[in-house]
Design a protein around this ligand. Structure first.
Ligand code: ACK
Length: 911
């Protein structure tokens, strides 16, 4: 240190532990107007943006100094000066900026320096240093008796760490106490990004809000923050798999880091088999194939293979061969034609029974049944997995003629022609034609026989519709008649050119399409009715089962006329009884003023007056007044009270009770660190009590946040802001999606507008955090997208500084992902009451201290900064409690009414 003016280096003296130390001292307490400066050497900043200065010193109590007048001081001043110059010999006093005036916690009175054991004071101050390469510190004495024992200067970093398999480097904290430094992590070796890894370095050297992360590559698994190769006999196929797995049966891996295990010889894996599946084999042959011939059909049946190869995807296919014995006795087999029918199919069969029909009569066939599974192809398996049968079909009559054509139609005749049946099943010996007048049905018909595939039909009546059927005969007998074909004779003696039309078929087709359309329309209408019905049912099922004894909030928008709602729930106030005094802020619809209200027969009270600015639309008027219609339904000490409304003259006004301390967030920021924990819990209790009342009335607030809580002069907190505009955003298509207060809102309400009392409980947890951190912004300066992502990944706000563990646990309970798991407001209220009754439970705080990096040390040894708990409640009495919430003036009144203990006070009702 540089020595200036009256500061002198001392001889060795003893510290608390009796260790000899040297100090810089000054003690000009008898002379007035002291101004003694002691300056450090230049201290390099080394990238730090905020440095901490820990000063250890002793200070002499002025009263203990004999003969000292008013000149003696008990403080000194700490200054800094930023500079790029590491050897400034002279710096003007005015170049230094004051950090703080430092006072001692303990001063000493003893005079006997010889044996004295000093009591050291340790004070820490932090300074933002961002403009130069380094800085100087200076200590200004203004007339105290001080010995500076050590000065330690350090800055904080978030230490190198690995989170979610991403490495985050040692990071210097930001310049401001609330700034977060966003750091991108890099994936550790043998890992890949799952989602961009990110974390924030907080001002106190702690990492916050890990988002995203990496996954070990295939063949590697996580072990203590690194990716290690799977060992022999193990594998990992996908990076998203949780870890290495043992090779499945009949497979092995011979090297570290396998992504898949190879099959043992004779075992196979199908392309679609997952790597986790055992290697398998093709099936053995089907068993016990039997055939039953019925004329030109065959039923084939078999039993499944003896060995399925470890799989369950056995299927069968059929091969059909027509076999002929040549003149030389040789056997020639050819594939059956495509006209053979297989039911249910020829390939990909899952059943063990097939009916083969449309075979040729009296023909030799060979059927081969193959068994397959997923690895048949990979294994190259062939005939080994099949079984065959050879058979001969029976004699069979020909199949029906499928098409008849009429030509040369005259008044009395026509010519018919047809095709040979698809399956003649032998040599056709003859065709038989049967026909009759359509009107006669089959009561009388005529038969004609022919060897050819045509016939001239004569002797018909003119302009008459005839029905014709044709059938064929072989040695096995007649086949079935064809379907009916209708043709009409005409009025002309000469044939008309044209083909016959199966008119019945046409008629059926047209009417069929019509009927189909009718049916579809009916089905559509019925299904619409059904879905509407089920929706109504669902709606009614979702309706609350309301308890008849409990007062329920009425949505003012259920009134057709909004003025009816407002006059049902709010009192009209004569504008002449309102005296506006000053503007206190801006609301959503216009100015908010404070003033006085004098209603006849009542004493004058302070009120807040919200007014609706001129030029409003109908909708704005309705939304503005809806808040009063809602507020007017409530009557609770922790809900802002509506005094009345002015609707009969302009501007429209809403008059509420006046809350002297304004909104809670601003109030807490203004009084940072000034309340005891019990006072904070008292505020939270009030809010919980108001919210319990609202939830009992089935009212969901949707925007519970410290900014919407008002505080009066007695520190009583009241829930406010019942604006309806946000409630109208239920429609997921609404344009207002951006108006959801993301940081305060439960995930299900953000994702799909599920606003319930449970989502209000989530917001209450955030309010708890705001209160305990004295109005800090939840999730600091993170953006909304990151907040949503972090929530999804399970991140929750950490405990604020000095937050009792029980309170943080209660916050975490409010932030349960499953809304059914969150506590109710009634449970929260009980919990807070218990804490207030047993303040000892509030003493335990998280207490992890941040890491500190030394920059340059002065003299003496290092001492860690200790944090003194804000409340120490050795005893808990009614008197202490009233004192802590600033209501001690009511002590006597309460005592006179018989309320002498906290328990009796807790039993006190609103009435
Ligand atoms: O934080 P504040 O002072 O508290 O600023 C806002 C402003 O009006 C706009 O809402 C204040 N305010 C609203 N209602 C009341 C009230 N009943 N009593 C006192 N201040 C109020 C609020």
């Amino acid at each position: 240190m540089n020595r200036c003016s009256q500061w002198t280096p001392s001889q060795f003296i003893m510290d608390e532990k009796n260790v000899p130390i040297r100090t810089y001292q000054v003690c000009n307490v008898l002379e007035p107007n002291q101004n003694n400066w002691l300056r450090t050497d230049w201290i390099p900043r080394s990238g730090a943006q905020r440095v901490y200065v820990e000063v250890k010193f002793t200070l002499r109590d002025c009263n203990s100094l004999p003969g000292v007048t008013g000149t003696c001081k008990e403080t000194f001043n700490l200054y800094y000066h930023e500079s790029n110059e590491d050897r400034e010999s002279y710096i003007k006093e005015s170049s230094f900026i004051k950090v703080d005036t430092v006072a001692a916690d303990e001063s000493f009175t003893q005079v006997d320096v010889g044996d004295r054991i000093m009591k050291l004071n340790t004070e820490v101050r932090d300074v933002k240093v961002t403009t130069r390469k380094g800085f100087y510190l200076a200590f200004q004495d203004v007339g105290a008796c001080i010995a500076l024992v050590s000065v330690r200067v350090f800055y904080k970093t978030c230490p190198l760490t690995i989170r979610n398999l991403a490495t985050f480097p040692d990071t210097v904290t930001g310049a401001d106490t609330s700034s977060l430094v966003e750091v991108r992590g890099s994936c550790v070796n043998q890992s890949e990004e799952r989602e961009e890894p990110k974390m924030y370095c907080g001002a106190d050297g702690e990492w916050l809000v890990p988002i995203g992360g990496c996954l070990c590559n295939p063949g590697y698994q996580e072990k203590s923050g690194t990716c290690k190769a799977c060992s022999v006999g193990f594998y990992k196929a996908k990076s998203s798999d949780p870890g290495c797995s043992k090779c499945p049966p009949h497979s092995h891996s011979v090297r570290d880091g396998a992504t898949v295990c190879d099959c043992h010889s004779g075992f196979f894996r199908a392309d679609s088999d997952p790597p986790s599946m055992a290697c398998t084999q093709p099936p053995s042959a089907p068993q016990q194939l039997i055939s039953v011939v019925n004329e030109t059909s065959v039923v084939l049946e078999w039993a499944p293979p003896r060995r399925l190869g470890g799989r369950s995807d056995t299927s069968y296919s059929l091969e059909c061969l027509i076999c002929q014995t040549g003149s030389s006795g040789s056997h020639l087999c050819l594939p059956c034609g495509s006209d053979v029918l297989f039911s249910p199919g020829q390939t990909g069969l899952k059943t063990t029974r097939v009916v083969v029909s449309e075979l040729r009569a009296h023909t030799h066939y060979t059927f081969i049944v193959h068994a397959h599974n997923g690895v048949s192809q990979a294994s190259g398996a062939g005939a080994a997995q099949s079984v065959s049968v050879t058979l001969t079909t029976n004699q069979a009559a020909p199949s029906p003629v499928s098409f008849i054509q009429a030509t040369d139609v005259t008044r009395h005749s026509l010519s018919l022609a047809w095709q040979q049946p698809d399956r003649p099943n032998g040599v056709i010996l003859e065709y038989e034609v049967k026909f009759y007048e359509k009107d006669q049905r089959e009561r009388s018909y005529r038969i004609m026989r022919t060897f050819s595939r045509s016939v001239d039909v004569t002797g018909l009546n003119p302009l008459t519709v005839y029905v014709f059927h044709v059938r064929a005969r072989t040695a096995a007998g007649y086949g079935e008649f064809s379907a009916p074909f209708e043709f009409s004779t005409n009025s002309d003696p000469f044939p008309l050119i044209g083909e016959g039309v199966n008119s019945a078929f046409l008629l059926l087709s047209i009417s069929g399409v019509g009927i189909l359309l009718l049916i579809s329309a009916a089905v559509f209408i019925i299904s619409r009715r059904r879905s509407k019905y089920s929706k109504t049912k669902q709606d009614s099922e979702e309706e609350k089962h309301l308890n008849p004894g409990v007062k329920i909030y009425v949505d003012p928008f259920t009134y057709e006329d909004p003025d009816q709602a407002i006059h049902e729930f709010a009192k009209e106030i004569d504008v002449s009884s309102i005296h506006i005094e000053r503007v206190i802020g801006m609301g959503e619809f216009g100015e908010v003023c404070s003033g006085r209200l004098r209603v006849q027969g009542k004493r004058e009270i302070y009120v807040a007056i919200k007014s609706l600015k001129a030029g409003y639309s109908d909708k704005q008027r309705r939304d503005f007044l809806s808040e009063a219609s809602i507020m007017g339904q409530f009557d609770h000490p922790n809900i802002i009270r509506l005094e009345g409304v002015v609707t009969r003259c302009k501007p429209l006004m809403i008059i509420t009770e006046y809350m002297e301390n304004g909104s809670l967030d601003a109030f807490l920021r203004k009084h940072d660190g000034q309340f005891t924990v019990i006072q904070l819990v008292g505020m939270l209790r009030g809010i919980a009590s108001g919210m319990k009342y609202l939830s009992d009335m089935s009212y969901v607030h949707r925007d519970l946040a410290a900014r919407n809580i008002l505080v009066n002069s007695n520190l009583v907190c009241k829930v406010s802001d019942f604006g309806l505009s946000r409630v109208l955003e239920d429609d997921p298509e609404a344009a207002y999606t951006t108006r959801i207060p993301i940081r305060w809102t439960a995930p299900e309400a953000i994702a799909y507008r599920k606003f319930t009392t449970a989502s209000d409980v989530w917001s209450y947890g955030i309010v708890m955090w705001e209160v305990v951190s004295y109005g800090e912004r939840p999730y600091w300066d993170m953006n909304n997208q990151d907040v949503i992502k972090a929530m999804e990944e399970g991140y929750r706000l950490p405990a604020p500084m000095d937050c009792p563990v029980v309170l943080h646990q209660l916050m975490l309970d409010c932030w349960e992902r499953e809304r059914a798991e969150r506590p109710t407001f009634s449970q929260i209220l009980n919990m807070l009451d218990k804490l207030i009754r047993n303040p000892g439970t509030l003493r335990r705080t998280g207490g992890d201290r941040p890491t500190a990096t030394m920059l340059e040390s002065g003299v003496g040894s290092e001492v860690c900064v200790s944090v003194v708990p804000q409340v120490c409640m050795p005893e808990w009495s009614m008197c202490v409690w009233l004192q802590s919430i600033g209501l001690e003036r009511y002590r006597d009144t309460l005592a006179a009414a018989g309320y002498t203990s906290l328990d009796s006070l807790l039993a006190l009702t609103h009435q």
